[in-house]
Design a protein around this ligand. Sequence first.
Ligand SMILES: Cc1cc2nc3c(=O)[nH]c(=O)nc-3n(C[C@H](O)[C@H](O)[C@H](O)COP(=O)(O)O)c2cc1C
Length: 303
Amino acid sequence: MRVDLSTPVGDVELRSPVLTAAGTSGYGDELAAYGDLAALGAVVVKSLASYPWEGNPAPRVSSSGMHMLNSVGLTGPGVEAWRATYLGALEARGAKVVGSIWGRSVTEYKDAARAMKGANVVALEVNASCPNLENRSSMFAHSASATRAIVSASKVAGLPLWVKLSPNTPDLIEIAGAAIKAGASALVLVNTVLGLGIDIEHRRTSLASGGGGVSGPGILPVSLRAVFDCRAAYPDAAIVGVGGITSGEDAVAMLMAGANAVEVGTASFANPRAAWLVQRGIEKWMRRHRVAYVTDLVGVAHG
Ligand SMILES: Cc1cc2nc3c(=O)[nH]c(=O)nc-3n(C[C@H](O)[C@H](O)[C@H](O)COP(=O)(O)O)c2cc1C
C-alpha cells in the first residue's frame, strides 16, 4: 500500500512530517552520511545569533537512559558566517532547510532575523526559550508580551516564522496565542524542560553552569501535553511537535495529539539515523493500520 507522508506546516509544504530538531543535527549537512537529507521534511539547524557566540563552559552535557541534560548555551558562528559556510552544503543535498535564530534582547532577534533575509530557507524558527537580558533574565517564552515583541521584530526576515516555545510555564496557551496574533505561521512545541543533575562523587552540579535543559524520551508526555492543549485551544494553528520522540509510534502519538509535523532531537545522538527510522516507523504504522494520508492522523486523539 502506498502511503502519502506529505504535510503542510502553515504555507510550507513538506514531503515528510519528520524534521530534525534545532541543535541536535549540527549547522549543515553533518547527518548526510546517515541518510538522504532531502527525504526528510526539513533540516532545522542550530539556533544562530547575529554574532558568533561561544556558549557555556564544559561540562555542558550529561545523560542517563531516559534523558539528556544540556547547557550548551547556543554556541554558533552567527548568521552571516553560517550562510557563507554551512548553508551551501544543505542546498547541494537538496534538503529543505529551516533556519533558527536566538537573541538576548528584542533588538538582537531583529538583527538575527535581518541577517537571515533572502536566505534559501523555507521557514525561520524563532527560538523564544532564551533569557531576556532586559527583563532580569526571565525567558522570552515565559511572557506573552515578550514573545509578541520578538515575533514582531523577526518579521524583518520576510520568512514564515515558526515560534519555538518553552514548556516551563503555566501560561503556554496564552503565550502561544500571543505568538499567533503577532504573526507566527507555526508553533514549535517544545524546547527543553528545566532541570539539574548532581554529580555525587564530586559533590557538585553535573553541568558547569548549574542547571540545564532536559530532553529525550523522558519528556515525551510533556511535549504531547503541550501539543494537545495548544491544538485544543487553536484548532487552525500549524503545530510542530518536538520532545522525546524516538520511534514511529512516538511520532504517530504526536500527530494524533495535534501536530502537523514532528522534530527528532536527542534520539539522533544515540543513533544518527533516528530521524529516518522514525519516518520509516510512521510509514509502517500507516500501512499496518491502512492509513493512506499522514494528514488524516493529525489531531484525531481529540475525538
Ligand atoms: C544539545 C542540545 C542542543 C540544543 N540546541 C537547540 C538550539 O540551538 N535551538 C533550539 O531551539 N533548541 C535546541 N535544543 C532543543 C531541541 O531542539 C528540542 O526542542 C529538545 O531537545 C526536545 O526534543 P528531543 O527530546 O527530541 O531532544 C537543543 C537540545 C539539545 C539536547
